[in-house]
Design a protein around this ligand. Sequence first.
Ligand code: 6LW
Length: 500
Amino acid sequence: MTTLYNPLLGGFHPDPSVVKVGDAWYLATSTFEYLPGIPIHRSTDFETWELIGHVATRVGQLAVEEVPTAGGAWAPTIRHRDGVFHLVITDAMGRGMLHFTATDAAGPWSDGDLILKADGSGSVDGIDPDIAWDAEGSAYITFSGLVLSGPEIGAHRGIQQVKVDLETHVALEESRSLWSGTGGGFPEAPHLYEVDGRWYLMIAEGGTERGHGISIARSASPEGPFETAPQNPLVSARSTTRPIQNTGHGDLVVGPDGEWLCVLLGVRPRSMTRAFSALGRETFVTPVHWEDDGWPRIEPVLLNARPGTRVEVVFDEPLDGEWIAVRALPTAVSQIAEGSLVLRGDGSTLDDPRPVFVGRRQEHLTNAVTVTMDASRGVGGLAVRYDEHFHVEVEAGAGSVTARAVVSGLVQEWTTPFEGDVLDLHIDSRKPAPTGGFPRTSDEFDLAATIDGERIHLATVDGRFLSSETTESFTGRVIGVYAVDGVVSFQRWIAEGDDE
Ligand code: 6LW
């Protein structure tokens, strides 16, 4: 019996798509403005998932160097056919709708071909593309008709579909409208499946926040007309007190014991009113049952967190794929040299869209990070980042150590003198101590530094300021190191996390 851990992938891992090939499953998620882009996780039992590579490992595959915050790699679909992996995705406000291929899911993946409209006037307008083939081998791209550029920006045309020639990547027809849900806002994340001779169109509706859900329809043809399931929505946590909220945007697959599973996104808000989600949108999984009426039922998503983890990195070999950078590859903003991670400041700060920063997702609800830093030649530090408007950090160099919280233009700093070279910086995300009243915070940050063996508490910051609801972000918390000026180096990284 397979144990379904939830979250399946903790922290910033939204919009999951999964495919089974042979005895293994391959899972892709969204990365927005971070690189490397679109991680591929692999499992042979659905319990343990290994990060085997990324789709976007080269500059130019995505235009994320230039995209606005929250643009970039949105919502992949991963599939496999005749020995080739296919991944379709929108590089939102970047290149447009793209098709990547690889014979090994670990990579290398292709440069990415734009999926062009039939009239040749640029890439198909929309997000969340799905790819499916009919018995004759025609490739269908089914997508959400949200317009992201041009005069009609923001318009929504519901779920759309075009047949595409995968040699030329030109659509073979004008797009047609398909069933677009039961009336919820933002019909999106379509996936098309052929099951027992019927075509099922599963979509998300209600928007990616508390109203989120999954609905399904079926037809004799991939082009419709589609008949809505009487049980819709199949999944939604809306108006419930479930610990996993915002559940939606799912993909179906046959699991290890032959049972069907749905991978989907959700958040884990804490506090009494379940209002603030520290980590952003994560990947979850839940069982699916097909009933005699030919419709699937999806079980509510249950929490079942894995044991805590301890990650220690001593920077004696290249950074592994868990490290990500903003609008740049980690190797473009950092080097490994003689047991140190070295960052060279260029005057940019964490307030800039292109900071000299490299970090890892915060994957656990409580998380304590310590990094050893040599501040003798520059200014830099340890930060938790949602984006350039929302970050907290401990910064050292130029005679002081400063804890700072930046919340959409509001800045608060706590500074103490520091004349030495090497110190430890700490950021703990932890559950707040009970106050006896209504527990309203998600978590809190403890910002500290250890100087000459003495841990100095610098500040406590309310974690709600760095939650997906406050930041209105599609991403999540990323914790990492950065440089502002000069050369700063980091010798040892320890992160201890759990989900108690
Ligand atoms: C994605 C859309 C959504 O394209 O948010 O939850 C967008 N779903 O389907 C970005 O992740």
